[in-house]
Design a protein around this ligand. Structure first.
Ligand code: COA
Length: 190
């Protein structure tokens, strides 16, 4: 099993894995409101690959934990059902946390099962005054400080701060189609 950074070509397999792990209503989650239309934090999207097959994924996203307090949001974390309970989830978690720490990030937030995430040091000790931009279960809002005191006094809305996902420029696409059609008809006429 190899852990590596996610590549563009992983997109299809990763989406299939997330559908399998979380079902179609994964897009309705409030965490998704903090991810949609944004890019994940640079270098902090990892995948697990086993015999050429993508079997695990985790991403971290830039957010602010209340005003002017930079943090990361973790998720989704998923491991293929046939590959669970072999430590792949834990390896992905430990690697992505280590990378975030090395990159100088201060704290990681997530919405998830405390029974799973507490083994990596996540607790609700510093999330009591933070809010998600929609419905969430407060006891599932957890955090890990990468620097001691990073979330001390944190209060307010968790909001997305990541770079916006680039959108295709429709005018350029249409202009490109038009010029290709004109060249083709000029070639036919010649
Ligand atoms: C959660 C998930 C990523 C764990 O991946 P994994 O590779 O199986 O995890 P690991 O092998 O590192 O750890 C397995 C351990 O975690 C426990 N575990 C798994 N999901 C858990 C949960 N939701 N709550 C508590 N413990 C959990 C297992 O029982 C096992 O315990 P053990 O070590 O005492 O035997 C994987 O089960 C998954 O993709 N689930 C679907 C998404 C999901 O339900 N997420 C829930 C967390 S929000």
């Amino acid at each position: 099993m190899t852990i590596r950074e996610e590549k563009l070509s992983d997109a299809f397999a990763r989406e299939a894995l997330l559908d399998e792990a979380y079902g179609a209503d994964r897009f309705a989650k409030t965490s998704e409101r903090l991810r949609e239309g944004r890019l994940p934090a640079a270098g902090l999207s990892l995948v697990a690959v086993c015999h050429g097959k993508l079997v695990g994924t985790v991403r971290l996203w830039p957010v602010t934990a209340g005003p002017a307090r930079a943090a990361l949001l973790l998720g989704p974390l998923a491991v293929h059902p046939e590959h669970r309970n072999r430590g792949i989830g834990a390896t992905l978690m430990r690697r992505v946390i280590a990378r975030a720490r090395l990159a100088g990030h201060h704290a990681i937030l997530l919405v998830g099962d405390a029974a799973y995430y507490e083994r990596f040091g996540f607790t609700d000790a510093s999330t009591g005054e933070l809010w998600m931009p929609g419905h969430f279960q407060r006891e599932r809002l957890l955090a890990l400080e990468l620097r001691p005191g990073a979330l001390a006094g944190a209060r307010g809305l968790i909001a997305a701060t990541g770079q916006l996902e680039p959108k295709p420029d429709l005018n350029r696409l249409i202009a490109g189609i038009g010029s290709r059609a004109r060249s083709a008809s000029a070639r036919r006429a010649a």
